[in-house]
Design a protein around this ligand. Sequence first.
Ligand SMILES: [Cu+2]
Length: 271
Amino acid sequence: MLNVPDKSSADENTPISLGAQRSTITTNSAVPRPPTRRRRQGPEWIFFGCVMVMVALLSYGIGAMMTLNRNDSSSSSSTSTSNSSGAMNMSDSSSSSSDTSNVPLATVKYGDQPAAYKIDSDGAKHFTLTAEQVMWEVTAGHRVLAWSINGMVPGPKITVNAGDHVRVTFINHFPTATAVHWHGLEVPTAQDGVPGLGQKPIEPGQTFNFDFMVNNQDVGTHWYHSHYDDMEQETNGFYGAFIVNPRPGSPQLIKSDVEYDQFIGPWAAIM
Ligand SMILES: [Cu+2]
C-alpha cells in the first residue's frame, strides 16, 4: 500500500488542486494534523492517473506496431537490401501494399502552396481540397506513394481571417475512405472529421461540404490532417497548414518580417 510521508506544516498550507480535497484544507493550521484517509487519496489518484496514461500510451504503441507490421511483409526485403544512406532508404516501401503503377506522378515540386479560393455569393471563402494519391518526389529521383491533398505534400496552405465564413468542398479520390480534421479550430462536431463521433467517413468518390465560421479564438497557426487510418494517410502526406490571422485592422501584437511553415514528415521512419 502507499505510504504517505509526513509533510511539513508548510506543505499542509499549500493549496491542493484536487477538488475533492479542497474543502479539507484550512488556511492556517498551526497544529499538525494526523494524516486522514482523505489525504491519502492524492497519491492514489495520481498513481491511478499515471497507470491510465501508461495504458493509453501502450495501446497507442501497440496500434502503431500493428499498422507497421501490416506493411512489413512486402517491405522488409526491400528495406534490408536498399542502400545504406540512412533516412531515405526506407521510403520506397511505404504503403507498398498498394499497387502504385496507376498512381500519377505529382505535377508540382513543392507542397504548402497557398490554397486558392473563390468568394461565394454569401461572402464565404470557398476552398476545394481533393484527396488524391500521387507519386511524390522526396529527393531527386526518389518517389513515394503520397496520400496528398491537391497533389502536394504538405497539402495547400489555407489562410483566412478571424470572422471569415469558410466553405471547403472536399472530394475524396483516395481508393479508401477518409476524414479531415481541422486541428485546433473550433468547428461543429459534425464537421470535425472524427469518424464515429459526429461525422461519418467520406467514402471514395464522395464529396463533403464543410461550412463553418472562423472566430477570434481560432487565431493562430493550425493544421488539418487525416483522421481516418491516420498511420497510413497522415503519415504519408495528408496534412497541411491552416492559418487564421486576426481580423483585419486589429492591433498587431507580433510583427514578423518573414513567416513560414515547417512540417517534419515521418517518411524516413516508416518501413
Ligand atoms: Cu489533430
